[in-house]
Design a protein around this ligand. Structure first.
Ligand SMILES: [Zn+2]
Length: 285
């Protein structure tokens, strides 16, 4: 017999779950492919792509799980509520933070799925991909996406979704822009085509690989400036950023990645090394 108290508790639990993430599915069966948006609440492009896919309801050859991750942060229009979700994996059901618990729920939900996770940045308008390890066979999929570069996060992978779930991350463009939302649509379709869930062919391209090397810290200041382009080499001796007018000069040459004046609280971004070019496999006969 279900008592009133049981029902109330269950209702409250359902409400709490509903508030933390939204899970949908296209196609029938158990999905082995997932698309995730809204890991960060101030990056609406991925949510837009998911809603658009649901509205279009295309005929798929394989079922796909669609997850809007941090609904509470999205509602508030903030990157996160308690801590950065993409530094909180694998998470813990008893974590003190909203994102710590959500990370655990997401891992449970995405278990066994090859996952495509969409982000946007303040650093770069063109889409690029991120992988924790480019020697992995996910690289083959990256060459089939409309991206200009791939970033290997290497030793900066801790707490990211790909440490817990087989994931391919993409940055779709500038946060909140219409272009980022359009790019998110294109990237999702390319990913679903590359994995064979949507019919059609993809175009394989050569994509340069940038491996993150170091964090570029910034001093506490009121105004920050960045003078260089991401993915374009900064020469030794070049002034690349400033904090309250205090210039930061490159000691050695590097490629800036995820570099922006205000994108992160304590860092400008990262230095990277250009290490390789991914080339798509030749089309089979
Ligand atoms: Zn993000």
């Amino acid at each position: 017999m279900v008592t009133l108290r049981d029902r109330t508790e269950r209702h409250l639990t359902e409400q709490a779950n509903d508030q933390s993430m939204r899970v949908e599915q296209l196609g029938s069966g158990t999905p082995e492919i997932a698309v995730v948006g809204g890991i960060h609440g101030d990056e609406p492009c991925g949510v837009h792509a998911i809603d658009r896919l649901l509205a279009e309801d295309p005929s798929l050859t394989e079922p796909v799980k669609l997850v809007v991750a941090n609904e509470l942060a999205l509602e508030k229009g903030v990157r996160y509520v308690d801590e950065d979700l993409n530094r909180a994996f694998p998470g813990d059901p008893d974590a003190d933070t909203h994102e710590g618990r959500l990370a655990h729920d997401l891992v449970t939900e995405l278990e066994g799925c090859l996952t495509f996770s969409m982000h946007s940045t303040q650093s770069h308008a063109e889409p690029f991909a991120l992988l924790d390890d480019v020697t992995d066979d996910r690289s083959e999929l990256v060459t089939q996406l409309p991206v200009s570069s791939v970033v290997e996060t290497s030793h900066f992978s801790e707490g990211r979704l790909f440490t817990a779930i087989r994931t391919l991350e993409v940055e779709c463009g500038l946060q909140g822009s219409e272009t980022a939302a359009q790019n998110a649509d294109r990237l999702t379709r390319a990913f679903l085509t590359a994995v064979g869930a949507l019919p059609g062919d993809t175009v394989a391209r050569e994509i340069p690989v940038f491996r993150l090397e170091d964090v570029i810290y910034k001093d506490r200041a009121d105004t920050y400036e960045v003078f260089v382009e991401n993915f374009t080499e900064v020469e030794a001796g070049e002034t690349f950023a400033a904090a309250d007018g205090e210039e930061q000069v490159a000691e050695t040459s590097f490629y800036p990645v995820l570099l922006s004046p205000y994108g992160y609280q304590e860092v400008f971004g990262y230095t990277a090394e250009k290490i390789d070019v991914l080339a798509g496999a030749p089309t089979p006969d």
